[in-house]
Design a protein around this ligand. Structure first.
Ligand code: NAD
Ligand code: DAU
Length: 339
């Protein structure tokens, strides 16, 4: 089995590669990644030279480059993680989100059609459903919730999802889509809430919390997301969408306080800053469909997952220290100084 994985040098894609190599040692995994600011080859150091693994540095929106790779590698399954993934960056510079997230998806599907790929899987997000009100705890996103996006990021992901469904209906491409809630775990880029808070707290730097910190996210340990995708690509039905989430809703402020507690840092580091434009209030997934159809359930409890994650950042300082001393510094200054 040849599985082509895009975005495998990023957070979830790399965790998926590790999961698949462990579970299916006979599979050939082909990783395609442009190594943008969010991609990190050092993350894949343990597999780079191993049999059954190949890495290509390429842009998924570069048609010729993608066709050349498909021609050579003849993938059976494609799993598309590659994306511009950060909402705040999408508010500053939307254009690259359209190129990678929409055009890149289209190019990968054209290649999948041309080279007879048996299953194309699109890694999407719960953000395509927009947000839910804080005072309606009874409401959840299901697969039939209408798409209703807020940010350029979520709009680009929704655009891609619609193209994936169009390729299924129009051309009969065998596709599946997963829409997952917020992931956390090892190799999470420190621009996102949990790793940013851990890294700043370790430096006794202010911990920026947008608005009042009352926005709610539904956090899922990354390995559980990888297991869901593994099930979907092997057993999911063509043309179907599967929501993936942990039933683990938490307010941002409570996450930040919990990290302070774990690290023995004072809550006085918390700094409330100007809110994100168009900030979604609450995400909450109803994962009934994937549970009933494929038997998936989240396995890692948040209290265990967050401890494992914090320990990982404590034990892998070199990984994130390399990141924060590079271009990240300009990003951080631009987004947070005088916010
Ligand atoms: P990430 O930003 O950590 O990684 C993205 C990877 O894609 C990087 O390695 C980057 O180099 C690569 N990439 C970017 N543009 C590319 C291009 N044009 N061609 C090839 N590679 C390119 O993202 P992540 O958090 O790992 O998210 C992976 C996927 O999962 C995304 O599609 C995202 O929308 C989706 N998702 C993320 C979450 C989450 O909580 N992080 C939740 C649900 C869904
Ligand atoms: O729900 C899935 C989505 O989760 C994915 O599709 C995205 O790729 C992923 O980045 C994530 O999006 P969020 O915007 O929810 O994640 P982020 O970590 O950026 O922010 C989480 C919450 O924390 C959000 O309400 C904004 C807030 N926040 C974030 C940062 C970076 C802060 O309060 N302070 C911060 O410094």
């Amino acid at each position: 089995m040849n599985i082509l994985i895009t975005g495998g040098a990023g957070f979830i894609g790399s965790n998926f590669i590790f999961h698949m190599r462990k579970k299916y040692p006979d599979y050939n995994l082909i990783c395609v990644d442009l190594l943008t600011y969010a991609g990190n080859l050092s993350t894949l150091a343990s597999v780079l030279d191993k049999p059954g693994f190949k890495f290509y540095k390429a842009d998924i929106a570069d048609r010729q480059a993608v066709y050349d790779i498909f021609e050579k590698e003849k993938p059976d399954i494609v799993v598309n993680f590659a994306a511009e993934s950060h909402v705040d960056r999408s508010i500053e510079e939307p254009e690259v989100f359209l190129r990678t997230n929409i055009i890149g998806t289209e190019v990968l599907m054209d290649a999948s059609k041309k080279y007879g790929v048996k299953r194309y899987h699109q890694v999407s997000t719960d953000e395509v459903y927009g947000d839910l009100p804080l005072d309606r705890k009874d409401l959840f996103f299901t697969e039939s919730t209408p798409l209703h996006t807020s940010s350029p990021y979520s709009s680009s992901k929704a655009g891609a999802d619609l193209m994936v469904q169009a390729y299924h209906r129009t051309y009969g491409l065998n596709v599946t889509i997963s829409r997952c809630s917020n992931n956390y775990g090892p190799y999470h880029f420190p621009e996102k809430l949990i790793p940013l808070t851990i890294v700043n707290a370790l430096h006794d730097k202010p911990l920026p919390v947008y608005g009042e910190g009352i926005n709610v996210r539904d956090w899922l340990y990354v390995e559980d997301h990888c297991k869901a995708i593994d099930l979907i690509i092997h057993k999911g039905e063509a043309g179907e969408v599967y929501n993936v989430g942990g039933h683990n809703e938490m307010r941002n402020i409570d996450i930040v306080k919990l990290i302070c507690k774990h690290l023995g840092k004072p809550e006085s580091l918390i700094q409330f800053v100007t809110d994100r434009k168009g900030h979604d209030m609450r995400y909450a997934i109803d994962p009934t469909k994937i549970h009933n159809a494929l038997g998936w359930l989240p396995e890692t409890k948040f209290e265990d997952g967050i401890k494992k994650t914090i320990d990982w950042y404590l034990n892998n300082k070199q990984w994130w220290e390399e990141i924060i001393k590079g271009e990240y510094r300009n990003y951080y200054d631009k987004m947070y100084t005088n916010r």
